[in-house]
Design a protein around this ligand. Structure first.
Ligand code: ADP
Length: 220
């Protein structure tokens, strides 16, 4: 199972990414976590990216792409599955991630889109701020991260829709409910993945769309 997640901050990428990783026994590659790890360890890379994280800005594409390539090579050695969390975040990253996947013969099977409204996301992130003290969970920086999501990340969703691998899930419910729905949608997708390769893109896209609708029962 090869999944990439596209979701605004606070939608639950981290929680659901861990769930997917456990369910399919695949590595959870979370770019934000990897970057925060570098900052905490004060590596050269960490020192170079800290300001971007603190300001809620995207770190330069090449930094993240190099990190992800390395993690994907390791994922290939570990069996070939993965769940990507935090990348792609813009169109260049989407194309580059696809090219890395092609080169390693492990392009994503499913692009999982978690949908949630800004007011709810702000509420969740401020609640998390009280517990986790992440440097970027302040009202101003959260607003900046949400704006960036709408501006540069959400436009890539249609690219995955066109490729026929988009699955959208309503993330405005409890983590448990969202998790159940994601696993059900991914379990259904393993049926399409097992389907003969001759199935046309259009046919698989229409199957995806049906599944997406039944998976979410929401705005799509
Ligand atoms: P969130 O989705 O809540 O913003 P993440 O942990 O995914 O949290 O990301 C935290 C920060 O890490 C981002 O605001 C950004 O600075 C940096 N980051 C993570 N992934 C990427 C990426 N793919 N490209 C550029 N910057 C990234």
């Amino acid at each position: 199972m090869r999944v990439l997640m596209i979701a605004p901050p606070g939608a639950g990428k981290g929680t659901q990414g861990a769930l997917i990783a456990a369910r399919f026994d695949i590595p959870h590659i979370a770019t934000g976590e990897l970057l925060r790890g570098h900052v905490a360890r004060r590596t050269t890379l960490g020192q170079a990216v800290q300001t971007y994280l603190d300001r809620g800005e995207l770190v330069p594409d090449q930094v993240v792409l190099d990190m992800v390539r390395e993690a994907m090579v390791a994922a290939k050695a570990a069996g070939g599955g993965y769940v990507l969390d935090g990348i792609p975040r813009n169109m260049q990253q989407a194309r580059a991630t696809y090219l890395i996947g092609r080169e390693l013969e492990m392009t994503a099977d499913v692009a999982l889109h978690l949908q949630a409204g800004d007011a709810e996301l702000m509420r969740r992130l401020l609640a998390r701020a009280a517990l986790e003290h992440r440097s970027d969970d302040t009202p101003d920086i959260i607003a900046q991260r949400l704006a960036l999501y709408h501006e540069v990340t959400s436009p890539i969703i249609s690219w995955y829709r066109d490729r026929g691998i988009l699955v959208s899930v309503d993330a405005m419910r409890s983590a448990q409910q969202v998790g159940r729905e994601i696993l059900a949608a991914l379990d259904r997708s393993t049926t399409w993945l097992g389907a003969p390769r001759v199935a046309s893109r259009a046919a698989s896209a229409s199957r995806m769309t049906r599944a997406q609708r039944s998976a979410s029962g929401i705005r799509s």
